[in-house]
Design a protein. Structure first.
Length: 338
């Protein structure tokens, strides 16, 4: 179950998702520029390169869970959402008021087509996963009913390969296309707070010479090791100076992860473990009950911290995650791995 969830949500999922081109979009790029000036029409560029055009600004949006959080941060409330797992696995929706929003799916690959159709959506917002050439929730393996949902309305989404900051900017640009004043005090302050956290992270990493990190998702039967190239957050962390280990044997047909049996869980020896924070508490319990977990020096030293597994879509969420990771880097011992 966890293997499938990580495979699909990644996600990995760790989702699974839906990702091929370059990151499309930022508040300043063609995505927002394509937004029509007249209220009578609307358009925006999706991460797969398609420009979605409607004769009105979308009013009835169905969104995947994390993507919904990205919309709601700007006051754009979808009429329906679908989850890849239960809410425990959706950190982006923690504390978010979902009243009045129809939940049309609670398991990856299973969206209630009848419920979704009854909502009469004019747009579906779901991130694009280039490695699978599909949108979140509509990848290969989703059931036939879910695939019908993809035909109810045009789909638009950010690119889940490349930079996470570009994902955040894509949602900022989407909000701008919908008429939200993204330069207003609330949103401007959120952007400034992120920029400050980003610089602090860079400075902290630069001061920790020789520190290595490994991003993982412990499961009952396997330890999933994340491939930075296919994780937007890890891509950013590496570009900002953190030495995130690249696993050498990603799964051929699902390159987001390398799958390690627990007997081989000590294949890599980082100084700091970054653990997928979707269902973090239960994931930690899963890891710590494995007899071989402590063969990883960082695990034995309990040198690990949550890592945002594919769900961050806003400046506020990214700032919080960067601050948390910065603290972990400050406290980390670059000699744990030996």
């Amino acid at each position: 179950m966890l293997a499938r969830a990580r495979r699909r949500v990644l996600l990995a999922t760790l989702t699974v998702a839906t990702l091929a081109l370059t990151a499309c979009g930022s508040a300043d790029d063609s995505g927002s520029d394509a937004a029509a000036s007249a209220d009578s029409s609307w358009s925006y560029v999706s991460a797969n390169g398609d420009t979605i055009t409607l004769d009105h600004k979308p009013k009835r949006i169905i969104a995947s869970a994390a993507e919904a959080a990205g919309l709601m941060a700007y006051g754009i409330k979808p009429v329906g959402i679908y989850l890849a797992q239960d809410l425990e696995w959706e950190p982006g929706l923690k504390g978010v008021d979902l009243s009045g929003i129809e939940v049309v799916g609670k398991e990856w690959g299973k969206i209630d087509a009848e419920k979704a159709a009854a909502l009469q959506p004019d747009l579906i917002v779901a991130d694009w996963w280039p490695a699978q050439k599909a949108y979140q929730g509509f990848e290969e393996g989703a059931d036939a009913a879910s695939m019908k949902v993809a035909k109810l309305a045009p789909i638009v989404g950010a690119n889940q390969q490349g930079s996470l900051l570009e994902v955040v900017k894509w949602y900022e640009g989407f909000a701008k296309s919908m008429g939200v004043d993204v330069e207003g005090d609330q949103y401007g302050k959120a952007r400034q707070s992120f920029e400050a956290a980003q610089q602090t992270f860079k400075d902290t990493v630069a001061a920790k010479k020789g520190l290595s990190a490994l991003a993982v998702a412990p499961g009952d039967d396997l330890l999933y090791v994340a491939v930075p190239k296919y994780s937007t957050s890890l891509t950013d962390f590496k570009s900002w100076g953190l030495d995130v280990i690249d696993p050498d044997s990603p799964k051929a047909d699902f390159p987001y992860w390398e799958y390690l049996s627990w007997e081989k869980s000590d294949k890599y020896q980082p100084d700091l473990l970054l653990i997928d924070d979707r269902g973090y508490d239960s994931t930690i319990k899963t890891a710590e009950k494995q007899p071989t977990w402590d063969k990883i020096a960082a695990a034995k030293a309990r040198a690990y911290t949550p890592w945002p597994g594919y769900w961050v879509h806003t400046y506020d969420a990214y700032t919080q995650q960067l601050q948390q990771l910065t603290k972990a880097v400050q406290q980390a011992d670059p000699d744990i791995a030996g």
